[in-house]
Design a protein around this ligand. Structure first.
Ligand SMILES: O=C(CO)[C@H](O)[C@H](O)COP(=O)(O)O
Length: 246
């Protein structure tokens, strides 16, 4: 079990250092010959950079990667990582991604960066889904600190908004540059404030039952590992079991 130690606000500027520590620790788990998934966001990028550095130093060979967003793909290509595009020809050995909120059972809210749908596709295609976070992301219950992003088709999107409201959420369509934000798929995101979610699995089921609602940021049972960095150091849990950290 992971217990929340500090609220996000108290981490302040140190969060950046913790993100780096968590991301780089995860990159040490990549081995030559692997197909890897590259996550999206300010924590996952530290893992991507370290993987690139290991490739260029000759420490890693035969790596091929799939990105969880167009932005991550562009970053990885710039760093010289060999990339797959738009297809996952075989099981991904290991994916390293960030999260917005992590509960004690290693369930997640993701999608703060808008990449939730690709992130979930890649997570579900991965043997190991390694989540890297600073300690401020730990939460006693999903929804306590973060909005739940829900990706919907433009067609009929206000009916999805009403559905979310009927489930108890306060819903705000995500805006970018004074327009509705668009995901990599051209869809809309409805940021939904549920507050602490008593039954994330039940809520996920209700959301998945609706046509037009193409993705949501609840990642239930998908994380195999969580690497969390904070004032107490770096902790690594693999399927609930504490791992030694170098
Ligand atoms: O889900 C995500 C993007 O869709 C990110 O992984 C999540 O928002 C965490 O981002 P960061 O590491 O920048 O805090």
């Amino acid at each position: 079990m992971i217990e929340s130690k500090k609220p996000m606000a108290s981490l302040g500027d140190t969060a950046h250092r913790f993100k780096q520590q968590a991301g780089e620790q995860a990159a040490s788990l990549v081995q030559s010959g692997m197909v890897i998934g590259l996550g999206t966001g300010s924590t996952a990028i530290f893992a991507t950079r370290r993987v690139a550095a290991r490739i260029h130093s000759g420490d890693l060979s035969g790596i091929v990667a799939i990105a969880t967003s167009r932005a991550s793909e562009t970053a990885a290509r710039c760093l010289g990582i060999p990339m797959l595009t738009d297809d996952i020809p075989r099981e991904i050995d290991l994916t390293i991604d960030g999260a917005d909120e992590v509960d004690p059972a290693m369930n997640l809210i993701k999608g703060g960066g808008g990449a939730l749908l690709r992130e979930k596709i890649v997570a579900q295609a991965s043997r190991r889904e390694i989540i890297v976070v600073d300690a401020g992301k730990l939460s006693p219950r999903l929804g306590t600190h973060w909005l739940l992003p829900v990706e919907v088709l433009e067609f009929g999107w206000r009916s999805q908004l009403r559905l979310l409201e009927s489930l108890g959420a306060i819903v705000t369509p995500r805006i970018a540059d004074d327009n509705l934000y668009r995901t990599d798929q051209g869809n809309i995101i409805l940021d939904s404030r549920f507050g602490p979610i008593p039954d994330p699995t039940g809520l996920a089921g209700k959301l998945e039952a609706h046509a037009g609602l193409v993705g949501h940021g609840l990642f239930i049972g998908l994380a195999s590992d969580v690497i969390v960095a904070g004032e107490a150091g770096i902790r690594h849990l693999h399927r609930g079991v504490e791992q030694a950290v170098d």
